[in-house]
Design a protein around this ligand. Structure first.
Ligand code: SF4
Length: 216
């Protein structure tokens, strides 16, 4: 998908040896999804380092995210922060983004058309960051990235090859952190998945980021 005339992104990052930046892939103006333009108060772009080895992809901004302008804040964000900490990582070590950048009305799932509309924005972000591992947080992002039905509970921790835009990525399937709030039994699954993803990406842990996993 190419940018339409109603898209506008930030400028290109600084040249030379300056730190990498994703400024050029932040969406600052987009009206492709009329229903979401009505329901959003802002476009919520991804946050985190421009060269992160681990990128988390959620579904869409909720009320807290729409209010604060950052993905995965509130209770789900706290669970994600806890799992990252246990894996030896801070939120500031990873990049966190969503399949769609505008809050759906009444927190409904984004439609297939809305997911397709926003996929180009995600593709540009992933291409700029070039992570070792992409983690799909929940059913909607997992099925969007893998392009098939996904049983996230039974497939959590599995690795899949996905293509976003014209680039391949390795994705780790995960339950949504909110699932741990409603079903305590999912907490261990979620924490183990995040630790595995960090290990596969070669980040976090007590050994300075050296992966302890061999080929998988
Ligand atoms: S969800 Fe994505 S494609 Fe749709 S209006 Fe928002 S930024 Fe644009």
């Amino acid at each position: 998908m190419t940018s339409g005339p109603d898209d506008a992104t930030g400028g290109e990052g600084p040249p030379g040896s300056d730190p990498p930046t994703t400024e050029g892939v932040d969406v600052v103006s987009c009206t492709r999804c009329p229903r979401l333009v009505e329901s959003r108060s802002r476009i919520v772009n991804g946050v985190g380092p421009a060269d992160a080895e681990l990128v988390f992809v959620g579904e869409a901004p909720g009320a807290n995210e729409d209010s604060e302008g950052e993905p995965f804040v509130g209770r789900s964000g706290s669970v994600l922060d806890d799992a990252l900490r246990e894996a030896g990582l801070a939120r500031s070590d990873v990049r966190i983004t969503n399949c769609v950048r505008c809050r759906p009305p009444e927190n409904r799932d984004p439609t297939g058309e809305e997911l397709d509309n926003c996929r180009g924005h995600l593709a540009r972000e992933l291409a700029a960051v070039d992570p070792a591992i992409v983690v799909s947080l929940g059913k909607v992002p997992s099925e969007h990235l893998l392009d098939r039905s996904v049983a996230v509970t039974s497939e959590a921790g599995d690795v899949a090859d996905v293509r976003v835009g014209d680039r391949p990525y390795r994705a780790v399937i995960s339950v949504h952190p909110a699932a741990t709030l409603y079903d305590g039994g999912q907490r261990e699954t979620f924490f183990e998945t995040i630790a595995r993803a960090a290990d596969l990406a070669g980040v976090g842990g007590d050994d300075g980021g050296q992966s302890s996993l061999g080929a998988f």
